[in-house]
Design a protein around this ligand. Structure first.
Ligand SMILES: N[C@@H](CCC(=O)N[C@@H](CS)C(=O)NCC(=O)O)C(=O)O
Length: 222
């Protein structure tokens, strides 16, 4: 099977869940990076410059033997099934994993309610308010929904939910979102524990060493 993963040169959870699932399963794929200018054309045309179709003009996109697939959740499930990290015969566990992927989407979308192209100062104030209000509420619920009995969100080993939470929190607490305090995770012990566990997992360390830029936004897991 020929796989090409298409995303930016930025380890955001949307792509990392699928990419790391493939990596964990020892499944080869092309890691195709898209730059700003090409992405502007993708948004307009729904194609890469080489003609590859990008459904809904959005990234991430996974091309499987020439078939382009979009949407974070679907891609994560597909990659998870290939690598054994997403169950094929356990609908309850599958739904539990899904709920964390969808929660990561909710939190991502919440951040973007503060505007993409808005005035930086207005955006900062909106994010400060969010951090004390709805974002803190969502993180509290996320923290509460983890068992806390192991290092992992679900079960006894690294899974798709852990990867999503880890990279989402890296983005949130990494200081690149003006107005979101870098110690935002400190009041959430279960989230922090999961992030630390993912960060120190030997395969994750190898993946980070192999693929992340030296100055990637790591995040603050206290
Ligand atoms: N529902 C999509 C959303 C993906 C998304 O918003 N991707 C961003 C980049 S991280 C994008 O392509 N934005 C451009 C657009 O939506 O026009 C998913 O789950 O993958």
């Amino acid at each position: 099977m020929e796989l090409t993963f298409i995303y930016f040169d930025f380890p955001f959870w949307r792509a990392e869940v699928g990419k790391i699932a493939l990596f964990m399963g020892g499944i080869d794929f092309e890691n195709r990076k898209v730059e700003g200018e090409e992405f502007q054309r993708v948004k307009e045309t729904g194609q890469l410059d080489d003609g590859t179709l990008i459904p809904f003009h959005q990234l991430p996109c996974l091309v499987v033997d020439g078939v382009s697939i979009a949407q974070t959740g679907g891609i994560a499930r597909f990659c998870g099934k290939l690598s054994g990290m997403y169950p094929k015969n356990d609908d309850v566990l599958a739904a539990q994993i899904d709920q964390f992927l969808d929660m990561a989407t909710d939190i991502t979308n919440l951040i973007f309610t503060t505007g993409r192209d808005e005035d930086e100062q207005i955006k900062k104030v909106k994010r400060q308010e969010l951090s004390k209000g709805e974002l803190a509420r969502k993180l509290r619920m996320l923290d509460k929904s983890m068992s806390g009995e192991s290092d992992w969100v679900l079960g006894s080993d690294l899974g798709l939910a852990d990867i999503a939470v880890w990279r989402l929190m890296g983005w949130l607490s990494g200081g690149i979102l003006d107005g979101i305090p870098t110690d935002i995770i400190k009041s959430f012990p279960r989230i922090s524990r999961v992030c630390l566990a993912v960060d120190t997992h030997p395969k994750i360390k190898e993946w980070v060493r192999q693929t992340y830029p030296k100055d990637y936004v790591r995040g603050n897991y206290l």
